[in-house]
Design a protein around this ligand. Structure first.
Ligand SMILES: *[C@@H]1O[C@H](CO)[C@@H](O)[C@H](O)[C@H]1NC(C)=O
Ligand SMILES: *[C@@H]1O[C@H](CO)[C@@H](O)[C@H](O)[C@H]1NC(C)=O
Ligand SMILES: *[C@@H]1O[C@H](CO)[C@@H](O)[C@H](O)[C@H]1NC(C)=O
Ligand SMILES: *[C@@H]1O[C@H](CO)[C@@H](O)[C@H](O)[C@H]1NC(C)=O
Ligand SMILES: *[C@@H]1O[C@H](CO)[C@@H](O)[C@H](O)[C@H]1NC(C)=O
Length: 791
């Protein structure tokens, strides 16, 4: 770790709300927050408590007078502890200068020090789409998850929403140790039998921003959600049923979360301009201490980090050791390959897919061409009576400002016109609409950055979002008109909400969903599963600049929305099977996931229209009622994960970050390869080796102790050969777990001269269950050994 250079601060976005982050680099000797991982057992006995030890250690560091030449930075002393961590990780977060940090690093008992990072945050119809119903399957068996507590680490919660109504709930589980942190805008009544805990963390954020969190009056120091994202995610995971709701005139129906009776504990760590590690770890650490069962994490570093550099992965390991499943978002950096983060095998990584609901708003050009668009605009359409076409213009004649940012539009040009604008990395669609409106524009065509799913968003004027390729055809038409001395025209046809349409199959992997392979350990296939993430209706916050914020519900998109769907399903499984490990729950969700869409074809990738691969959809789309009865599971214990970390070459110090005070001697563990982790999927990386033999163990969790499973391998075999031994597993009362070996052999020349991928699957079936694992094989990419030594 000390060998590694500090990763630079990167400017990050709240992906969905698209707020630009203004946290930037610190000058070299300026104090900043470091996360300090300690070995608790090294506390000298002269100190009564760990905190005494930490304080004394910090005081022994050379002092460094704070020279604040940076505007309004809080003039706080360095060497100050802002958080101590005792549950998910061992250690603390402290304000240190870089030289103090490196001094501290050399002291006995300090395992690692990592600089603060910033993180990104990445439903009426979804229960039906997922096949959940009150009369059978997972909802009935789990009793809607009433005994389960989901910790949502996000932007807090808006407690007055109907989705958090606790009417008819049993008392809060007695084992719950959490509290409701109150504030002027978050009275004690904000918590109830649904929202059983609420806490807030901002010390790291204030440090990074150099100003109090509530400085501009739009944030609240209480757990109250002033953004909407946390409220949205919490209600997806565990919102109570609310009848007859929708966003404006759209998606009207009964809104429900996944685990409608599970309890919510909200840990607010996300603020207007971003999220920092020390706050997130504080939230996770407390959630573990409070007694949550599931942690839902719709955020991530936005870059792949080695597990030992990734404090969130380390904290998730701590949670896993206590039996808590950490479910997280894959990220919104698709469709590029290797764009995925939250890669640790003990985390459940969820990519985003579409559902069978659309909000079509077609763009019709003056020459008759029609392009598919999407919109949640709910006011009067353009020229409702006459239906006359309206002139279309670029945001600026010379096309320099493609994004229609406020103030850049010249009303001489855009007045009474439909304005063409582009989606930018940090643009907010509603703000673009507002800019067009205030410059006198009457409509907007928003051209997407990518090919792929169209996000339905609300606008203050008639507007629709079209794909990149539609956009280039629209521009082509405009240029043709200009060269003929004519004006381009268009009209937007809003078609409301359409469900179950044949126009596009569902689910499809969303273009924005981050994709594998993993850059950290490519032998672990990521993502794990996909779940609904596009145009999701769920509860929303109550105030803010965006007009959408005044709604009880809102429709937003991202892998942030996919994650809490699966967190909620995991809560239902936790309720149905209280003794299952986090890995068993995850295995059940993965091996029962499906790969066929509602048109009977393989699930496609929205970005390419091709069939999607396991690097895009993992094991496939979650299938909750099947997950209730997976037949067999691939279980993994904390010590199995330790053996895995040994297999990727972690040294004693790196191991102690995860195993904490338990000494793991990697020499004595004969785990040859990271591919031997008992993972429910396979990723084989052909480097210089042409044959790999991996071990797996299956555990029978079916209703009968006697079960006979046979194996079936799928996949085109021109590139590879797969063999399995044995090919039959006979489970009995005495043999509840059985091993098998699977051998992968490359038929291509090794080492490969070019990059190649191939896919397949291994199914174990007994007539009732199919226990399916995807297989991804890659040639010409670097294996984890190389990654570790070369980074
Ligand atoms: C909660 O739901 C119950 C039953 O539907 C209803 O009677 C009650 O008014 C709701 N509570 C609030 C605060 O809206
Ligand atoms: C395009 O317009 C912008 C803003 O009016 C102006 O600054 C820029 O010089 C123009 N570029 C060209 C090539 O005319
Ligand atoms: C807007 O465009 C008109 C016509 O091209 C021009 O005369 C005027 O100066 C522009 N206004 C601004 C603020 O750039
Ligand atoms: C989509 O599939 C076609 C046909 O197999 C292939 O030629 C093309 O490269 C694929 N596109 C992408 C982006 O993978
Ligand atoms: C990874 O690559 C290195 C160097 O090419 C090789 O020595 C090592 O055996 C490979 N590891 C695996 C697990 O294939």
């Amino acid at each position: 770790m000390s060998k590694k250079k500090n990763t630079p601060w990167i400017c990050l976005l709240l992906l969905l709300l698209s707020d630009l982050l203004i946290i930037s680099s610190f000058a070299h000797e300026k104090p900043k927050i470091f996360i300090v991982h300690v070995s608790k057992s090294n506390k000298p006995s002269i100190f009564k408590t760990h905190l005494d030890w930490y304080i004394s250690t910090l005081q022994s560091l050379p002092s460094s007078p704070l020279t604040s030449s940076f505007g309004d930075h809080l003039n706080r002393p360095s060497r100050e502890i802002i958080y101590t961590y005792n549950h998910a990780i061992h250690g603390f977060a402290a304000r240190l200068t870089p030289s103090q940090a490196s001094h501290l690093r050399s002291l006995h008992g300090i395992v690692s020090i990592s600089p603060e990072h910033t993180h990104r945050i990445y439903t009426t119809r979804t229960p039906q789409f997922l096949g959940l119903n009150d009369h059978s399957g997972l909802w009935r068996i789990s009793k809607h998850g009433e005994d389960v507590i989901i910790g949502v680490i996000d932007s807090g919660i808006w407690p007055e929403r109907q989705s958090f109504n606790d009417s008819g709930y049993s008392p809060v589980p007695e084992r719950w140790k959490g509290i409701c942190e109150t504030g002027p805008d978050f009275p004690e009544t904000s918590c109830n039998r649904k929202i059983i805990g609420a806490r807030v963390y901002y010390k790291g954020y204030e440090e990074a921003m150099g100003m109090p969190v509530d400085a501009d009056g739009t944030e609240s120091r209480s757990p109250r959600d002033t953004h909407g994202h946390g409220t949205h995610c919490a209600s997806i995971a565990a919102g109570s049923a609310v009848s007859n709701v929708g966003f404006r005139k759209f998606a009207v129906g009964v809104a429900k979360g996944m685990a409608t009776k599970s309890r919510i504990a909200a840990y607010k760590v996300s603020w207007t301009f971003g999220i920092v590690t020390s706050d997130v770890i504080a939230g996770i650490d407390q959630a573990v201490a409070d007694g949550v069962d599931i942690i839902s994490l719709s955020l991530g570093p936005g870059q792949s980090m080695k597990y030992y550099d990734d404090s969130i992965a380390i904290a998730a390991f701590g949670a896993m050791q206590k039996g808590i499943l950490v479910s997280c978002a894959a990220g919104n950096n698709g469709p590029a390959p290797m764009s995925i983060d939250n890669l640790a095998p003990w985390m459940l990584n969820v990519g985003a897919s579409t559902i069978d609901r659309e909000f079509p708003a077609d763009l019709v050009l003056g020459d008759g061409q029609i392009f598919a668009g999407a919109s949640l605009y709910s006011g009067d359409p353009l020229n409702q009576q006459s239906g006359a076409y309206v002139e279309v213009v670029y945001s600026l004649r010379n096309k320099t400002d493609r994004y229609c940012s406020g103030g850049s539009l010249n009303s001489t040009h855009v007045s009474d016109k439909i304005v063409v604008c582009y989606v930018g990395y940090d643009t907010n669609a509603a703000d673009q609409g507002t800019a067009v409106k205030s410059a006198g524009g009457v409509g907007m065509i928003l051209i997407d950055q990518n090919e792929g799913e169209l996000r339905a968003r609300s606008y203050p004027i008639p507007a629709t979002e079209v794909s990149l390729s539609s956009g280039s055809k629209i521009i082509e038409y405009m240029n043709k008109q200009y060269s003929n001395g004519q004006r381009p025209t268009a009209i937007i046809k809003f078609r409301g909400m359409v469900t179950g349409s044949c126009s596009s199959s569902a689910p499809r992997v969303a273009s924005l969903s981050s994709r594998g392979p993993s850059q950290v350990v490519p032998e672990i296939l990521k993502p794990d599963v996909i779940a609904p993430g596009i145009n999701i209706l769920a509860a929303w916050t109550g105030f803010g600049a965006d007009p959408a914020n005044s709604e009880e519900f809102n429709i937003i998109s991202g892998s942030s929305m996919a994650c809490p769907h699966v967190s909620g399903l995991a809560a239902l499984l936790r309720s149905a099977y209280p003794k299952w490990s986090p890995a068993a729950i995850k295995s059940a969700l993965m091996t029962t996931a499906y790969n066929i869409d509602n048109s009977g074809r393989y699930i496609t990738d929205f970005a390419t229209n091709n069939f999607s691969t396991p690097f895009q959809h993992g094991s496939g789309h979650v299938n909750p009622n099947k997950a209730l009865n997976p037949g067999l599971v691939y279980d993994i214990s904390p010590s199995d994960y330790e053996a895995f970390l040994c297999s990727i070459g972690y040294n004693a110090e790196q191991m102690s970050l995860f195993a904490k005070d338990k000494k793991v001697d990697c020499e004595s563990i004969k785990s040859s390869s990271p591919g031997d982790l008992n993972y429910p999927s396979f990723s084989v990386v052909f480097g210089k080796t042409e044959k790999f033999k991996y071990k797996r163990v299956l555990t029978n969790v079916g209703s009968s102790v006697n079960a006979v499973y046979n194996v079936r391998i799928r996949g085109r075999t021109s590139f590879f050969k797969i063999s399995v031994s044995p090919t039959k597993l006979v489970f009995t009362k005495d043999k509840t777990s059985l091993p098998y070996e699977i051998t992968f052999e490359s038929k291509l020349e090794i080492p490969a001269t070019e990059k190649k991928e191939a896919f397949g699957s291994i199914d174990w079936y007994d007539g009732e269950h199919v226990v399916r694992s995807p297989i991804a094989l890659s040639w010409g990419i670097t294996n984890s050994t190389n990654f570790i030594s070369s980074f």
